[in-house]
Design a protein around this ligand. Structure first.
Ligand code: ACO
Length: 375
């Protein structure tokens, strides 16, 4: 017997609005995604990550001088304190890079004496790629590559990872991946961030919460699982049988389905042609073709239920084509999303109210304590 009058329980908080926001608009029925009013397609076509980051944080596109000083400050944040670099080399080689990133961002807070949220924001966004790339090399026993301040965030990440600068096409693909992952309204990790922010905790704690929540396979972790699936299917010819087997076993196909999009995810549409071009360029066309065959087979079963591919379906193929290890996919997502998390946290606290929902109690009442030897 419940202890209270029956109430409506909003399981998964589906369709519950928790705040007002000017940051992101999603129209899930019509595949629309806007950052501060600009469509993600327009931004991908005309902008680059740093400018999009400014837009998300400050609410408008920067003037030339504003952008250059923003970029300059961001680049000053690429370097990690030496003690952190030394520690990264000592972390267990089999640690998940998301765990390393979560710990790394948390640790960064020790070295930041600033009390200004915007300079903290830049410190976090600028340093996250260095944490990921440095650990990725350290676990393989490779020399760490120091960041180059003259490079963009996306280019510098590939440079620190591989030890050489990417060509223009690879760098642009990485930058676009950064833009499409930068923000996505009140998803699970952003909600974690505003819960943390609503207690008036600090931005390092906010982003650490976001990373922890993004890690799960139902959220950011799906891109890793999707790629592993394509690799295990092995060839386009085997796709149909594999999909039938997966769906008949009532398992979820990773990279498909979305709480908000009941039509194609616009980010999927941006990433698919990029994944195709890069896979062909890098001699990995079979992985792309396998994914495409999986997509076709899955759509036959899932589209009638309004389940379509999401951003994670092709992002993994793109990262794989760039030679990036699978367990770095979700950290890359986090590196990019950090700006969306921070933008929401800063917006939320301007009109703050502690987030404290309720749980409907369904347990017993008035039980009497039993001494341990009578149980
Ligand atoms: N494969 C197979 N069936 C699916 C899938 C899928 N990927 N997604 C949803 N369904 C089915 C469910 O089995 C369920 O069927 P049922 O009603 O017969 O039980 C129905 O669709 C509704 O599923 P829910 O989980 O209730 O829907 P929800 O809105 O919570 O789903 C979610 C969203 C969690 C993303 C889901 O689609 C999923 O698990 N997808 C796979 C993981 C994934 O790709 N996550 C990345 C999302 S994008 C992002 O976070 C960046």
């Amino acid at each position: 017997m419940g202890a209270q009058e029956p109430v409506v329980v909003h399981k998964g908080l589906e369709n519950v609005y928790v705040c007002e926001s000017n940051i992101c608009f999603i129209d899930g029925e019509n595949s629309r995604l806007l950052y501060r009013g600009y469509s993600v397609e327009d931004l991908v076509e005309n902008s680059f990550y740093e400018e999009v980051a400014y837009l998300l944080l400050y609410g408008r596109l920067p003037k030339r001088e504003e952008l250059s000083s923003f970029v300059e400050s961001l680049r000053q944040s690429y370097e990690l304190p030496k003690v952190m670099l030394d520690l990264l080399k000592q972390f267990p080689k089999n640690a998940h890079p998301m765990d390393v990133l979560r710990t790394g961002v948390s640790m960064l807070s020790f070295f930041d004496n600033s009390s200004d949220d915007y300079s903290r924001a830049l410190r976090i966004i600028g340093a996250m790629p260095t944490i990921v790339a440095s650990f990725a090399r350290a676990r393989k026993g490779l020399e760490l590559v120091a960041p180059k301040k003259e490079l963009s965030i996306a280019t510098n990440f590939l440079y620190m990872l591989n030890g050489n600068e990417p060509d223009e096409e690879d760098a642009r693909a990485m930058d676009i991946a950064y833009i499409v992952h930068a923000e996505h309204e009140m998803n699970a990790s952003t909600f974690s961030c505003i819960v943390t922010a609503s207690t008036l905790s600090d931005l390092y704690s906010v982003v650490t919460s976001g990373i922890a929540t993004l890690k799960g396979p139902l959220h950011g972790g799906a891109n890793e699982r999707a790629l592993e699936y394509f690799l295990s299917v092995g060839s386009p010819e085997k796709a149909e049988e594999a999909v039938e087997h997966t769906l008949n076993a009532k398992q979820r196909l990773m990279g498909f389905g979305h709480r908000v999009y009941k039509n194609y995810d616009p980010r999927y549409k941006i990433l698919k042609p990029l994944a195709k071009a890069l896979s062909e360029k890098k001699g990995k066309a079979w992985v792309y073709k396998t994914a495409e065959a999986v997509e076709q087979a899955a759509l036959k079963r899932l589209s009638e239920h309004k389940i379509f591919p999401n951003v994670d379906f092709y992002s993994g193929i793109l990262f794989h084509a760039l030679g990036i290890e699978t367990d770095l996919f979700t950290p890359i997502f986090a590196m990019s999303r950090s700006v969306g998390w921070i933008a929401h946290a800063l917006e939320y606290v301007q009109n703050n109210r502690l987030i404290r929902p309720k749980a409907y109690y369904t347990g017993e009442l008035n039980k009497k304590y039993t001494p341990i030897d009578q149980r």
